[in-house]
Design a protein around this ligand. Structure first.
Ligand SMILES: CC(=O)N[C@H]1[C@@H](OP(=O)(O)OP(=O)(O)OC[C@H]2O[C@@H](n3ccc(=O)[nH]c3=O)[C@H](O)[C@@H]2O)O[C@H](CO)[C@@H](O)[C@@H]1O
Ligand SMILES: C=C(OP(=O)(O)O)C(=O)O
Length: 437
């Protein structure tokens, strides 16, 4: 397993261009299974999770033509659904979370979709009920093999039928999966309590450009008029808002002056204002974010009545759970106290132990809540050796290491590489001392 060695305490300076969004790309790549025509996708990030999904599509028989870095043309005209029943698929399909979204398109177009229990971050329970309840509502037959955790859905003879459904929670990948099945179902489907984050909007826009009829895009009520078939299209993936948030946190905590280029401001929701609540200056310059060097630190704002600031996650347009670990690490050097409340996942805050080892003042109240008492840079974090437990904890530890005094070692960096493209190279380009061993 790879290791990063980081010499911290050095302010960085320069421009960063965010990669294409991992979580959008996972949805979009699965959608190429919905047509036999060519689909060209641009701005695909070169990261482990995405590359694994592309390999999986290739093993299913999807033709893959690489046009240029980040641009690939897919053609799913000779899909081998038999691959779903192989031992190789059982291993491969379970290697990442995003692979769950091949089920909806395969079910809709080929009458069956199978998947082993998907992987992804170990951040607590990650149920799939919303996905499968949605398929069952469309008429699919469901089976689950408890022994090898293998899920399967099949279309009845009469095909999938549109229906009205109210999701039990606004699951992001669940909504994407159901929408991809419903676009080829007979008649009208309505999906209420749908997730509506920008990446899902992007998926719906792409499907509409392929001939689907989806309205309500951006709201939590989607209406889908089923069509017979879809055609090819060209689609560009948005910049990764979680990576953008990571760069904001990194800039503040290392007192660096950084410009993040072409961030697609309109799709950042509460992200800039949440970091502003920590006292971080974020300037909008056209479609860029400019962050000045916070030489005198940053001071947490209190609520209007003076009570302690709480930052919590919520389904979009709420604040994304994927940035809470980063907010938490940045808060360790703020002036003031913050309560971090991770409502969605129950094991995502345990990494604070490592920050406490480095000297951060954090009280983990329970698996969901941590109070951070900021140091205001009066006491620098100490370098240490740590292992990256999940993708966002991993980048948070990397930010802590870049701010800490001395040389830190981060192990298990594959977790970071799952979601951040060439992070070491890009950090070196703005002055960081980081090597991969
Ligand atoms: C590949 C991908 O796109 N992964 C993202 C996707 O995962 P994913 O689609 O797996 O996450 P879900 O939206 O299904 O749910 C995530 C967690 O939040 C809980 N939950 C969800 C909806 C809700 O209204 N209330 C609620 O409590 C669920 O029970 C679950 O524990 O969305 C998550 C939530 O933004 C992100 O952290 C993941 O990075
Ligand atoms: C939780 C995440 O990823 P995944 O859903 O792929 O595990 C994430 O991107 O922060």
């Amino acid at each position: 397993m790879g290791v990063f060695k980081i010499e911290g305490g050095i302010p960085l300076k320069g421009e960063i261009t965010p990669q294409g969004a991992k979580n959008e790309a996972l949805q979009i790549l699965c959608a190429v299974l919905l047509t036999g025509d060519k689909v060209t996708i641009n701005n695909i990030p070169d990261i482990i999770d995405i590359n694994k999904l592309i390999t999986l599509l290739g093993n299913l028989g999807v033709k893959i033509q690489r046009n240029a870095p980040g641009s690939i043309t897919f053609q799913a005209d000779e899909v081998n659904v038999g691959y779903l029943e192989t031992e190789a698929f059982k291993k491969e399909g379970g290697a990442l979370r995003g692979s769950i979204m091949i089920v909806g398109p395969l079910l809709a177009r080929f009458g069956k979709g199978y998947i082993p229990k998907p992987g992804g971050d170990k951040i607590g329970r990650r149920r799939l009920d919303t996905h499968f309840e949605g398929f069952i509502n469309l008429g699919a037959k469901f089976r689950y093999n408890r022994e090898d955790h293998f899920y399967g859905v099949e279309t009845p003879e009469e095909g999938l039928q549109g229906t009205d459904m109210l999701l039990d929670e606004a699951s992001v990948t669940g909504t994407a999966n159901i929408v991809m099945a419903a676009v080829l179902a007979k008649g009208r489907t309505t999906v209420y309590n749908a997730a509506c984050e920008p990446y899902l909007q992007q998926l719906c826009k792409m499907l509409n450009s392929m001939g689907a009829k989806i309205t309500g895009v951006g709201s939590n009520l989607l209406t889908i008029e089923g069509v017979e078939s879809l055609r090819g299209c060209e689609h560009r993936i948005l910049p990764d808002m979680i990576e953008i948030g990571s760069w904001i946190g990194l800039a503040a905590m290392t007192k660096s002056e950084i410009t993040i280029k072409n961030v697609s401001w309109d799709n950042l929701g509460l992200i800039p204002n949440t970091f502003r609540k920590l006292g971080i200056t974020i300037e909008k310059r056209n479609d860029d974010i400019y962050i000045p060097a916070h030489k005198d630190g940053y001071e947490v704002k209190t609520d209007i009545d003076g009570s302690i600031l709480t930052i919590a996650d919520a389904p979009w347009p709420g604040f994304t759970p994927d940035l809470l670990s980063i907010v938490l690490v940045v808060a360790t050097q703020a002036k003031g106290d913050v309560l971090i409340h991770q409502k969605m996942f129950e094991s995502r805050l345990f990494f604070v132990d490592k920050l406490i080892d480095m000297g951060a003042k954090i009280m983990l109240c329970d698996p969901h809540r941590a109070v951070v008492m900021g140091h205001n840079f009066e006491s620098q974090l100490k370098a240490t050796t740590m292992s990256s437990p999940d993708i966002r904890a991993g980048i948070s530890l990397l930010i802590a290491a870049l701010s800490a005094k001395g040389t830190s070692t981060i192990q298990n960096i594959e977790q970071i590489d799952r979601g951040y493209e060439r992070i070491d190279e890009r950090l070196r380009a703005i002055g960081a001392k980081i090597v991969r061993e």
